[in-house]
Design a protein around this ligand. Structure first.
Ligand code: MG
Length: 203
């Protein structure tokens, strides 16, 4: 199983990090070892003092696909979920400065929270889904998939031009604004349209 992540897919988040608006989707990957096991806490890694939460809508691939046309992309997933793309922002800033790959900042053990999934048929419009992240009960990130620069089907199609998609692969579709550092003792809870899909403690 692989995790394909999209960066800079919400204009308000691009602004908050003072990034350039990309001409095509920004893609990076996380290995399967990045996934936090269910019921386990997220442990802040020793190499970072500034790990940020990025709540993101997830898409779970349901069959093998390559060179998928955007108009058929909807056939390659049945479930939508929510997760966190944990990012060691201090490490990423150094790598970005030097034009180096982001893996150490983005793909480390525990950097991916994969919450529960819902059948996509539960949503009238996948490009109008509200989602949010709370930290210790307070809303810290709120988004709606209508604000994506590239829609879910476009992302599936785009990623499949480079990487064969397989059953069980997960696409992280980018984060809205509100990213911030986590600290020991935080409890992060994510929900889509009021349905809680994960709860994770920070240690
Ligand atoms: Mg992200």
């Amino acid at each position: 199983m692989k995790i394909i992540c999209i960066g800079r897919n919400y204009a308000d988040h691009i602004k908050e990090l003072e990034n350039e608006r990309p001409d095509e989707p920004v893609i990076f990957m996380k290995p399967d070892t990045a996934v936090v096991q269910k019921q386990f806490p997220f442990v802040i890694p020793e190499f970072s003092n500034d790990v940020h939460h990025e709540v993101e809508v997830l898409v779970k691939i349901n069959k093998v696909g390559k060179y998928i046309d955007a108009k058929f992309a909807h056939k390659y997933y049945d479930e939508i979920g929510l997760g966190i793309d944990f990012t060691a922002r201090d490490v990423q800033a150094k790598l970005k400065d030097k034009g180096l790959p982001w893996e150490k900042a983005k793909a480390f053990d525990g950097s991916a929270v994969v919450g529960d999934f819902l059948p996509k048929t539960e949503f009238a419009d996948l490009q109008n889904i509200n989602f949010e992240l709370t930290n210790n009960g307070e809303v810290v990130q709120q988004g709606n998939t209508s604000l994506m620069l590239w829609k879910i089907d476009e992302l599936v199609a785009y990623a499949s031009q480079y990487f064969t998609l397989r059953t069980g692969d997960i696409i992280f579709t980018g984060t809205p604004k509100g990213v911030a550092a986590v600290k020991e003792g935080d409890v992060l809870e994510g929900s889509i349209e009021g349905k809680k899909l994960f709860r994770i403690q920070v240690k």
